[in-house]
Design a binder for this molecule. Structure first.
Ligand SMILES: Nc1ncnc2c1ncn2[C@@H]1O[C@H](COP(=O)(O)OP(=O)(O)O)[C@@H](O)[C@H]1O
Ligand SMILES: CC(=O)N[C@@H](CCC(=O)OP(=O)(O)O)C(=O)O
Length: 269
């Protein structure tokens, strides 16, 4: 028998760099985000904009397995781009739509503490990894209760004065897991495609549901690759750690969710 949860509903929603880079798509997404009822937390990436900005400053961008090698110069760029340019633009736009957004890095309020990735074969530089104690969920819940909508950028800190660059998908998953103790939490990854596709070039080939067994098959067939792999790894981890549902879908279709219509790819155990 299903037990009825007394917890309040919360959506943790992440938007990626391709949406942020397109002002029209971002506008529609933020409008739909505002229309979504209940408690909300937004997490944004912006890797694409950071790469463009670094190039303009003559700094080469190096990525390994989807993670940015973050030397001190690159850390300065991502701090400006994620913590400043993108975060404050999103907050200002959300205010226009009536969402009382508050823009944050993990250092603000000590909400997300990370550990600098240890050097093994690769030195990622100032990249932060999260652990089970990284997120202060009760502090975030106080912000939500006070009527604010937190907007997190892809920056964390080590508690010792050092900002760290942390993948935004990972931040969204860690926030959802930590907040699932307090809220009935749904994690939504929004990007530029309709969801996980059978054929990456055919937007109509949407796969509606994926469980771990199907995920293994799709990986073997190389139907799922590149940036989608860490996204789904984070997503399945979130489900196994108490998050009620994880959905991956197109940013400009988020409104479907509010209208109770099908949206994107749903992951299940
Ligand atoms: N089967 C698939 N369906 C959809 N996208 C896929 C698939 N396999 C790989 N991808 C890739 O994953 C990317 C999304 O991951 P990522 O670049 O990390 O997104 P984000 O914009 O959220 O940062 C897509 O742009 C696409 O190129
Ligand atoms: C360590 C690391 O790789 N951090 C990411 C953070 C931004 C991000 O995740 O942006 P998207 O969601 O747009 O890809 C980066 O700098 O690219």
């Amino acid at each position: 028998m299903d037990t009825v949860s007394n917890k309040k509903k919360l959506h943790v929603i992440k938007i990626g760099g391709n949406v942020i880079d397109n002002s029209e798509n971002l506008y529609h997404f933020l409008k739909d985000f505002t229309a979504l009822q209940g408690y909300k937390v937004l997490v944004h990436g912006g890797g694409k904009v950071a790469t463009q900005m670094a190039e303009q400053l003559g700094i080469e961008s190096k990525m390994i397995d989807g993670r940015r090698i973050t030397d001190i110069e690159t850390l300065r760029v991502v701090t400006m781009v994620y913590g400043g340019l993108i975060n404050k633009n999103i907050v200002a736009q959300l205010q226009r739509f009536g969402t009382n957004a508050i823009g944050l890095t993990g250092a603000d309020g000590n909400f997300i503490k990370a550990v600098k990735r240890p050097v093994k074969t690769i030195d990622y530089g100032f990249v932060g990894d999260l652990n089970d104690d990284s997120v202060d969920a009760s502090a975030i819940s106080r912000l939500l209760a006070a009527g604010f909508t937190p907007v997190f950028s892809a920056l964390t800190h080590d508690g010792d004065g050092q900002l760290l660059n942390t993948n935004a998908d990972t931040i969204a998953s860690a926030l959802a897991v930590a907040l699932a103790d307090i809220y009935e939490t749904t994690l939504i990854y929004c990007f530029e495609k309709k969801g996980v596709l059978q054929d990456i070039n055919d937007d109509e080939s949407l796969i509606r549901d994926i469980n771990p067994k199907r995920y293994e098959e799709l990986k073997k067939q190389q139907i799922i690759h590149s940036g989608m792999l860490p996204k789904l790894d984070n997503a399945f981890k979130a489900i196994s750690c108490g998050v009620k549902a994880v959905v991956i879908g197109k940013s400009d279709e988020l409104g479907s969710l509010q209208q109770g219509q099908p949206f994107g790819t749903t992951l299940s155990n």
